[in-house]
Design a protein around this ligand. Sequence first.
Ligand code: PLP
Length: 366
Amino acid sequence: MRPLIFEAYPGLESLPWMELGEFPTPVHRLEAFGESVGFPELYIKRDDMSSSLYGGNKVRKLEFIFADARRKRRGLLITLGAVGSNQVAAMGVFGREAGFEVMGVMMHQLNADYVRRNLLLDHRTGVEIKYAPNMVGEFLLFAYQYAKSYLLGRRPYYVPAGGSSPLGNLGFVNAAIELKNQVDEDLIPEPDYIIVVAGSVGTAAGLELGCRLMGMKTRVIGVSIAMPWYTTLKRFAGMVNRICGFMRESDPTVPLVRCSEDDLILLNDYIGEGYAAYTESGIETVRHVMELEDIPLDYTYTGKALGGGLDWLKEQGMRDKVVLFWNTVNSVDFSHLIEDIDYRELPRSVHRYFEEPTQEELLTAS
Ligand SMILES: Cc1ncc(COP(=O)(O)O)c(C=O)c1O
């Protein structure tokens, strides 16, 4: 669907965009789960269904990023992430469809079932998997791979971690306009709060800016799932302001929005022992939503965010508010694409994720 921001701000039409996903994504009430946790007005935005190939929050960002790469005639998309990254997996799926080669430079992370699944999917879609044991190694490896592919004439294009460039994050300003339309169509009452995962914070920042531009009362609660030095209020505010500045460069009629750290909500208490480390609250939330709503969340991102956001609202005495949970994780089952892959076909550096137990396996064993 052509971006709604092009209608709201026609000067933006000169920006690159190509269709990858299926929008608008549905919005509906989480009646059974909401009742059981004491939030009668709890809704969900189904960005897990943003594409029938691979859903989740990456699709909205990649629609702008891929078009930029195509306009610049690049051939190889290189991105960074943790092993099993959803960003790399999504880029693999859509990159192949759009005729790009894709390379994922990924650093070590805790093992999990989805890490295995995404690595196999990466392999299936032809992603070049490059492994680094830590973050410094990841940056060095990235610089090396970028320079090498440039010199080899592969026309590399850098996609930042999480797809969080101002251009990519326009996808979530657009998503806020999509939500505003759904409110206007009476599909959902105007939310008081949106609960969403915060990693590179592009999703939360785009939504916050979009809600402000649309004059909505809705405020975003970003729930951090990444390292506290990375996912900060400073980054959140800077990102909102940068996206707005970027929009105004193409269309000066976009109102100037300036956010400071005091204007925003970012929860840092629900990450547990670290990125991708499962928490009791996250596990319980995932189980509960699956049981009552038949919607698969995940333990690294969405379970932590929904559980954490509701816990915080409860503490603030705000159970009666209209709350929208923005589901950012893929829910498309792609097991048929990976079931016949032997992990030994993948680079040796990532075999350990298939040979060492996952957190799920450790939990079942204990
Ligand atoms: C499922 C899922 N949700 C949310 C996020 C975080 O989005 P953002 O990086 O825009 O904060 C990610 C990115 O890592 C993700 O994979």
